[in-house]
Design a protein around this ligand. Sequence first.
Ligand SMILES: Nc1ncnc2c1ncn2[C@@H]1O[C@H](COP(=O)(O)OP(=O)(O)OP(=O)(O)O)[C@@H](O)[C@H]1O
Ligand SMILES: [Mg+2]
Length: 262
Amino acid sequence: MNPHRKIGDVILQAEAISLSFGGVKALTNISLEVREHEVLSIIGPNGAGKSSMLNVINGVYHPQQGRVIYRGEARSKMRPHEAARQGIARTFQNIALFKGMSVLDNIMTGRNLKMRSNFIQQALYWGRTQREEIANREQVEKIIDFLEIQHIRKTPVGRLPYGLQKRVELARALAAEPTLLLLDEPMAGMNVEEKQDMCRFILDVNDEFGTTIVLIEHDMGVVMDISDRVVVLDYGKKIGDGTPDEIRGNADVIAAYLGTSH
Ligand SMILES: Nc1ncnc2c1ncn2[C@@H]1O[C@H](COP(=O)(O)OP(=O)(O)OP(=O)(O)O)[C@@H](O)[C@H]1O
Ligand SMILES: [Mg+2]
């Protein structure tokens, strides 16, 4: 944990969220808070509802009950692009990149919502469009340097090893300059060294840009190491919420993890 970073007020509250798919209750009455500048981990066994929770936060799923309050504004429904415009960026459990496109072009797609001019404006105001393009490039170059991926900028993403693809996905999310960054298993499938790199980048992002981070992760060592707080889900219910030390000593959490592969 970074001693220099100051955790602020609550920026997002999920209030009594319930979500089901047909007969499957993915989330039952879940409330949680996210505080500005913190690293919050959501953990739990497979199928616990972790990805569903992120999907509710960024408007991919609309819960049947409950609401999300983001920066003081309550909503029960929001579209993912509205969430993005409000500063919520996201990476996915299964990498969502354009495999045939270069690293650079993939990261540029993360800037789309920052581009103000539309097609007509681009035709009419050539100069302004040029300036915007240059500013976008500069921001993307900054991220490429930050995540140390200069050497692969021209490489098609599909040719990269998995660990680097995950890093490119993080770069694409950062290109949107998010306030709140949601990471769904950013270290899944990585070897120890790749995990260490990813942990360092996540903490650097949090430290350098003050980005609030909510991440889902199965590796308990990683979770306990990098999180300010941890929320534990099990069968769609919240069974724990606290600091890593509090979670380690939580009897319900220990019971939920006994007999599983985690
Ligand atoms: N789009 C969907 N349609 C139907 N059922 C869904 C859908 N999304 C999630 N579910 C169900 O909701 C439950 C929670 O799934 P979710 O993906 O949120 O779990 P998870 O904690 O992310 O699991 P994992 O660790 O395996 O990624 C599961 O039973 C899952 O099958
Ligand atoms: Mg998941």
